[in-house]
Unconditional design. Structure first.
Lengths: 306, 330, 445
């Protein structure tokens, strides 16, 4: 039986807010912490109201609903509050921390990759670390050198970290719900330029499983693996190329760790050609990693350089 | 009255005193054997021994339950034993055996037992400080009544996480007790060089929380100061910073030639051995005899000897274990 | 799901067909297998059966229109299926050419093929996928035209080269085979060279390999097919009966020569009428050349032979005689086309043809009946034998099949109801079906 799920049109940002709201309702141990995720803490006229609701308003409205004990404004202290989120996750909470811009990872990386990511392994499987770290990536807002990076390849390098990177509002909602419900440390990369983009988003609290790529467009001539905002760019390019007779297949990995390499290899085996569109810095990136993976495991399917 | 009065108002009864003596002896024997077996090539990796500092771990942890959390350091064996982690499992873990408390995957520097509230020894200096804040946040959010004790060394007092953690705990009023074990050296560097403060406890004032210096070789002093800080945290009055001035009898790590301190200095501190001091204090008050202590010592040696025999006989983890208990795909 | 009725491909060379009649009108119900329309080609006319049960929703091609093979002629829908005119147009246009790609991209200009480039060591510039596929198919990369950038051979290029090679090997071609006595025998060859079976088709008295026209295309998809013009027939030499033995034994010797010259042994012989007797003769004389026998309305299995046939053969060739012969052969008069009559008359008029046919007839038949009857020797046949007959055959009666089947150890008998002497033309689809089923019933070589 196919169950038709009702959908509504909403923005990427609204889809994320909705997922946070659903997760907080379904699990009382879920709490949010980050810099100015409500804003205006201890301001008399904002006791149960937010000043900002996050720098771009993604968490706006949640403090009214859940109070300041679950929507926890932090000082500007990335190592402190990311580490606290990791510690809380190891001891019984399910925190969602917001690292305002991924560029700030240098201030807190030890707590992510040396602490949270490694506990379960180092402790012989007897610990878990169900923390989700939401962070903004991407250029396109003229935010210059320290607020425009992507850097997800830094995190995909590390065992123990799952990396989730939605390109559409529906994916953002479903993947964030799965990220929060996951018992490992999950980095959730939100592209700031996508916040205003609209799409159909299913109602309900269904998550999208991590590690399953989505074919955003089927085609026969060339596979384009596109990540995050590059999915939209690739779709537009595919339309142009279709007029020239080139039929593009677009694979959106949706999660980089785990990477759905099977879907990528299957697509390349069909089209024999691979282009990877990645906004991150090119050296030692997801693009080079996927290229290496296909060269390694799909070499005999290729008709052209990657 | 069968108690030892500390200098303040806290009294400790005979059973608790003998238990503290036994724990401290367990730590000492554990470390002596660890050093010996490391030299014999039976312990892989890096090993940092806690001998000399037993009064701090035991003075604090003897007042905690499994409902309370501690974070630890690279010199973590003493904290584990004081918090009640299984000693046989620890010995096997040191040897990297599959019967280890972490299946042999943590080793000396990452021994942990979350069920005992022991959140792991930690290879990163200062790494545990934010984690303790998180554990305290859990206790506060869930209303468990638990506290988090954060052990760290004098070297960690200069890390950003120290300042971030103290500030965060202070503004959120978290039930944390920060315990700085100042053993005089960060690796090979004396505290008088690496730290701007004559007493690290002074730094508490910057965050407007209590800061107390205690003699870390005196288990009674540690006990009393910790008692007050723990009570304050449980009451919901927020964090405190204790600085226990202590000394390590071994080097920074096994293999350290310890060229940075004199043998006179070591001998001076060994004369103040905290275990001997505790035993003397108990004897002085007529609460136990040499026979009592000899029985405890024999029991501890038997426990450790058995643990090493079992660990030596145990199997190493299967190679495929290297890729389990972690999310990873290649 | 609507079903698109398309122009069938009959025979090896058919490229289009002309619609000569519709047996249903738009809106009529139709059952799968029922005759739906009649199509005429240069060489045949036949009914096209409905491929599905439903409503004849639309006739795309009216009577008189010529439609390419695989082109749409009609659409059948389920009774309750609703389709707009736009839907119908889309369906029709979807059959117009090769299938379009999934993403709906516009057709791309094919990159010009060129000789593959090589590096300084002479290594052919080929993609990894092309190198692997060429290895699998055993094709030399150097022989493949490249369409990739910089003269690189792509996997598509390899597939294309493989298809071309297969098609070239399987393409129909004619061979002229000289026998030891100098007589040239004409044969039509088609189908893959590495096919599991070789089928050799032998026509009847006065005929030619053209009698197999409707069925060879089908068999050539799977089998190697060789349709022989017997001596004195079709395009083969027609030496004088004074120097050539036109008896069944002589014809069989010629066929044996062809099998040897083309290295086709052992083959499945499919013989019609006098060709059937020739096939039997060969399998008795040279059993190693024959691995199975399909006898179609065959001579040599009983006494009776149509007197009218002998009358026609003995008379002087004329268009009227030719037409009467066709009428004797076919039950369904639609198969008697003026073109067919003209062809038959022309072939009888070819130099040496008439005397050759008369000699062959006189050697095999007389007024009292067939001269050479194998019925007593059939028990010796250890190979699979198919007996197929048109139920209403007026040249050699169908009961010969029944008699023969009782005498042959491994016989398979099929009687085509309502059909005359030439089932391979009058019931071509059923003919192919039966032969294929029969071939599948015994293990390959």
């Amino acid at each position: 039986m196919v169950v038709e799920t009702a959908t509504r049109t909403m923005t990427y940002q609204q889809a994320i807010t909705e997922a946070l709201r659903i997760a907080m309702h379904e699990d009382p141990t879920v709490l949010l912490l980050g810099e100015d995720i409500a804003g205006g803490a201890m301001v008399d006229h904002l006791i149960n109201d937010d000043a900002w609701g996050g720098p771009l308003g993604v968490t706006k409205g949640l403090v009214q609903e859940f109070g300041r004990n679950r929507i926890l404004d932090t000082p500007i202290t990335e190592a402190g509050f990311i580490g606290a989120a990791v510690g809380a996750a190891t001891t019984g909470l399910r925190p969602v921390a917001e690292l305002m811009f991924v560029d700030f990872f240098g201030c807190c990386m030890d707590q992510i990759h040396d602490q949270g990511a490694k506990f379960r392994y180092m402790f012989g499987g007897k610990a878990k670390c169900p923390v989700t770290i939401r962070t903004q990536i991407g250029a396109g807002m003229s935010a210059a050198g320290q607020h425009s990076g992507c850097h997800y390849s830094v995190f995909t390098h590390m065992p123990g970290i799952k990396c989730v990177i939605p390109s559409t509002p529906a994916d953002a909602k479903g993947l964030l719900l799965s990220a929060i419900r996951d018992d490992d440390l999950v980095m959730f990369f939100e592209n700031k330029v996508l916040y205003g983009t609209k799409g159909e988003v299913p109602e309900g609290n269904e998550g999208i499983p991590l590690g399953v790529a989505d074919i955003k467009r089927e085609g026969a001539d060339v596979t384009v693996v596109a990540i995050s905002r590059m999915v939209n760019q690739a779709l537009a390019a595919a339309q142009t190329l279709a007029d020239e007779g080139i039929d593009v297949e677009i694979v959106d990995p949706r999660t980089l760790s785990p990477l759905d390499d099977k879907t990528i290899l299957t697509s390349v085996a069909k089209t024999h050609r691979l282009v990877i569109v990645d906004e991150d810095n090119p050296r030692c990136s997801m693009a080079t990693d996927i290229a290496a993976m296909v060269a390694d495991r799909g070499f005999d399917t290729l008709d052209a350089p990657i | 009255m069968s108690v030892v009065e500390t200098s303040g108002a806290v009294a400790i009864d005979r059973a608790a005193l003998l238990d503290m003596y036994e724990r401290m002896t367990q730590i000492r024997v554990f470390e002596d054997l660890a050093g010996k077996n490391f030299a014999a090539g039976l312990v892989p990796g890096f090993v940092h021994l806690y001998a000399g500092e037993e009064a701090v771990a035991v003075g604090v942890c003897s007042q905690l339950t499994d409902n309370d959390f501690i974070t630890s350091t690279h010199r973590g064996h003493g904290h584990c034993i004081a918090k009640g982690v299984d000693i046989a499992g620890m010995v096997a873990e040191l040897m990297g055996k599959s019967t280890g408390i972490c299946k042999g995957k943590g080793g000396s520097m990452h021994i942990a037992d979350v069920e005992k509230g022991m959140l792991g020894a930690n290879g990163i200096v200062g790494g545990g400080i934010p984690l303790a804040c998180g554990a305290a946040l859990t206790a506060k959010t869930l209303g468990t009544g638990g506290v988090a004790v954060c052990f760290f060394g004098d070297g960690a007092a200069n890390q950003g996480t120290f300042h971030e953690g103290l500030n965060l705990a202070a503004i959120w009023n978290l039930p944390v007790v920060f315990v700085c074990e100042n053993n005089g050296y960060a690796e090979s560097t004396p505290v008088r060089y690496h730290c701007s403060a004559s007493d690290i406890a002074n730094r508490a004032s910057a965050y407007e929380i209590p800061g107390v210096v205690v003699d870390g070789l005196d288990v009674f002093a540690v006990y009393e100061a910790a008692s007050e800080a723990i009570a304050r945290a449980r009451r919901g009055d927020g964090p405190s910073l204790l600085e226990a001035k202590t000394y390590r009898f071994y080097g920074h790590f096994q293999g350290d030639q310890v060229t940075y301190r004199t043998s006179d200095e070591l001998e001076t501190f060994k004369k103040r051995d905290p275990i001997i001091a505790l035993r003397a204090a108990i004897v002085a008050r007529g609460l136990a005899t040499d026979a009592d202590f000899n029985a405890i010592d024999t029991r501890v040696h038997q426990l450790l000897d058995d643990a090493w025999i079992a660990a030596k006989a145990a199997a190493f983890p299967a190679p495929e274990e290297a890729l389990t208990d972690v999310y990873v795909t290649y | 799901m609507p079903t698109i009725v398309t122009m069938p491909k009959w025979g090896l060379t058919m490229t289009s067909g002309t619609i000569t009649g519709w047996s249903r009108a738009e809106g009529d119900p139709i059952a799968e297998g029922a005759p739906l329309l009649t199509v005429e080609t240069e060489k045949a006319v036949d009914d096209v059966e409905a491929p599905a049960t439903g409503i004849l929703r639309k006739i795309v091609a009216e009577i008189g229109s010529e439609v390419p093979v695989m082109g749409a002629v009609a659409i059948i829908t389920a009774p309750d299926e609703v389709l707009s005119d736009d839907d119908l147009d889309a369906l029709v246009s979807s059959t117009a050419g090769p299938a379009t790609s999934v993403g709906g991209a516009a057709p791309r200009a094919a990159r010009e093929a060129r000789q593959a480039t090589r590096d300084s060591t002479g290594r052919v510039n080929a993609s990894p996928a092309a190198r692997k596929r060429a290895g699998e198919l055993g094709i030399d990369l150097a022989t493949i035209d490249a369409t990739g950038p910089g003269g690189r051979v792509t996997s598509d290029d390899v597939e294309r080269a493989a298809e071309t090679a297969t098609a070239a090997a399987a393409a129909p071609r004619t061979e002229t085979v000289p026998l030891p006595d100098g007589t040239n025998i004409h044969a039509l060859l088609a189908g893959p060279a590495d096919a599991p079976e070789t089928l050799i088709f032998l026509h009847g008295l006065g005929g030619s390999q053209a009698t197999w026209f409707s069925v060879l295309g089908d068999f050539a998809q799977t089998f190697r097919v060789v349709a022989v013009d017997l001596p004195g027939h079709g395009a083969s030499d027609k030496p004088s009966p004074e120097v050539f033995d036109y008896s069944i034994s002589g014809l069989a010797a010629a066929v044996g020569g062809v099998i040897e010259a083309l290295d086709l042994a052992p083959s499945v012989l499919v013989g019609h009428s006098l060709g059937g007797a020739t096939a039997m003769q060969l399998s008795f004389e040279r059993p190693k050349l024959v691995r199975a026998l399909a006898l179609i309305d065959s001579a040599g299995l009983g006494l009776e032979i149509s007197g009218e046939l002998l009358d026609r053969v003995e008379s002087e060739p004329s268009p009227a005689e030719a037409r009467q012969l066709m009428e004797l052969f076919f039950e369904d008069r639609r198969f008697i086309l003026q073109r067919g009559v003209d062809d038959m008359y022309a072939s009888r008029n070819a130099p040496g043809a008439d005397r050759a046919v008369k000699a062959a007839a006189a050697s095999a038949f007389e007024r009292s009946g067939q001269k050479l009857i194998f019925i007593d020797r059939l028990g010796e046949l250890e190979i699979p034998v198919l007996l197929m007959w048109g139920e209403l055959d007026r040249v050699i009666p169908a009961r010969h099949a029944t008699t023969a089947a009782a005498a042959i150890p491994a016989a398979w008998m099929e009687i085509q109801e309502g059909i005359g002497h030439v089932p391979q033309v009058e019931a071509a689809a059923a003919f192919s079906r039966v032969i294929n089923r029969w071939l599948a019933s015994f293990p390959p070589v």
